[in-house]
Every structure is written in structure tokens, then in C-alpha cells.
Design a protein. Structure first.
Length: 126
């Protein structure tokens, strides 16, 4: 490692991986826009929030939690342009209010984190 590596890290930080709590709120925020499946949820995060990543393990743990808590339900659907049917997830109508509350937490978190200024690091512009 060199000092230049440290400057580069802060200039172009690696993506931040969501934990289960953030993943639950993120999933609900997406599902409020419409039904979705696992791979799409991961791809949407990378496209819409490039600073964040979501592992398969954390995503499916969050989805299982939401199903166990009866906030979301899953069903199988053939997605156009995809080979096999996908497990689609949707928010249950009786869980809509809590889903909106939790989705708002994700949106506030992502906006606040995205708007934090990166500290000026001396020597970074060499």
C-alpha cells in the first residue's frame, strides 16, 4: 500500500453494501412502485443508486423477513425475455402504510448519505 492508494480510496470510494435493515426498507421502496423480482431489485439499486450494492444473501434474507412478517407475498411469473419463471414480490394491501413508512426511511437515508460532502484530502489532486 502507498499513500496514493489512500488518497485514491477517498477520491473514488468503493460501493457501500446494504445490511438487512437497509435492504428491507429499500425493497419496500421499490415494491411501492410495482412488483419486482430479486435480480431486478439488485440491478435497480446499482443503476439508481450507484454508491450502493446489495448481495444476494442479504436480499433474500430481507425478502424472507418481509414474507414471514406478512408484509409481502410472492408468486411465480414468466418474465418476457427471461428463460425461467421469476419469483415476483408485491406488498400486501394491509401492509401498505407500514411499507410507506419504512420506504421513507430508506429514501431519507440514501439522500442524506448521498448529499454528505466528501472531505477535501490534501494531495489527492496530484
Amino acid at each position: 500500500m502507498k499513500f496514493e492508494d489512500i488518497y485514491q480510496f477517498f477520491k473514488d470510494p468503493p460501493p457501500f453494501y446494504l445490511n438487512k435493515e437497509l435492504a428491507v426498507c429499500y425493497v419496500l421502496a421499490v415494491l411501492l412502485r410495482g412488483d419486482s423480482y430479486g435480480t431486478e431489485l439488485i440491478q435497480l439499486l446499482e443503476t439508481e443508486q450507484p454508491l450502493y450494492r446489495l448481495s444476494d444473501t442479504v436480499l433474500y434474507s430481507a425478502l424472507k423477513f418481509l414474507e414471514d412478517e406478512e408484509m409481502v407475498t410472492g408468486y411465480w411469473k414468466k418474465v418476457e425475455g427471461r428463460g425461467r419463471p421469476r419469483r415476483m414480490y408485491q406488498i400486501r394491501s394491509e401492509a401498505m402504510q407500514q411499507a410507506q413508512d419504512l420506504a421513507r426511511l430508506w429514501q431519507e437515508y440514501a439522500v442524506k448519505r448521498d448529499s454528505q460532502p466528501v472531505a477535501q484530502v490534501s494531495g489527492a489532486d496530484r
